[in-house]
Design a protein around this ligand. Structure first.
Ligand code: S3P
Length: 182
């Protein structure tokens, strides 16, 4: 079985949805940013400060290469990762890349008050988000094998991904088993 790589804009729910998919399917979950942080021994913000964005992107590429060597895991990629061809290429063909498609307005609400994303720690945060979102959506779409609407709860979105990939009992069967979809 191949890996599932969740991609999409910051705040689209890659981590929470990924954890739900992993829990429901008994797979291991790996958050790419946490993986990079553990290897570097510092936070993503500290990596940006110390090595600049390019330094972070190189570590991110290394993480993609290493994680693609795993089997049967759920990976929440960083919001920039799948916008780089060299990273998407690492997973293409063997793993399944899933875009969590969430409108910009929802993303803005979810990220208001966030202080963990170095790219957004600036006074013109809203404009930067808008520009990045417009630049990146076409790149995510071309990297992804499938796209799933990600505006509802993490568990519902996780079920939508699992249904699309036929990874879990069908909705009818879940109903019979009394599985809660919320
Ligand atoms: C980034 C998104 C972040 C993290 C880093 C850069 C980006 O991940 O990798 O701050 O370029 O969009 P999340 O999408 O998990 O916030």
């Amino acid at each position: 079985m191949n890996n599932i790589v969740l991609c999409g804009f910051m705040g689209c729910g890659k981590s929470t949805v990924g954890k739900n998919i992993a829990r429901k399917t008994g797979r291991k979950y790996v958050d790419m940013d946490r993986y990079i942080e553990q290897k570097a021994g510092m936070s993503v913000s500290e990596i940006f400060e110390k090595y600049g964005e390019q330094g972070f992107r190189d570590m991110e590429h290394e993480a993609c290469r290493e994680l693609s060597g795993e089997r049967n895991i759920v990976i929440a990629s960083g919001g920039g990762a799948m916008t780089f061809e060299r990273n998407a290429q690492v997973f293409k063909g063997s793993d399944t890349i899933v875009l969590l498609d969430v409108p910009l307005e929802t993303i803005k609400q979810r990220l208001s008050g966030d202080t963990t994303r170095p790219l957004l720690q600036r006074p013109d945060k809203d404009e930067v988000m808008q520009r990045l979102y417009e630049q990146r959506m076409p790149l995510y779409k071309s990297a992804a094998d499938i796209s799933v609407e990600g505006q509802s709860t993490p568990l519902k979105t996780a079920f939508a991904v699992m249904d699309a990939l036929r990874l879990y009992p069908s909705p009818g069967k879940r109903e019979q088993q009394g599985e809660n979809k919320n």
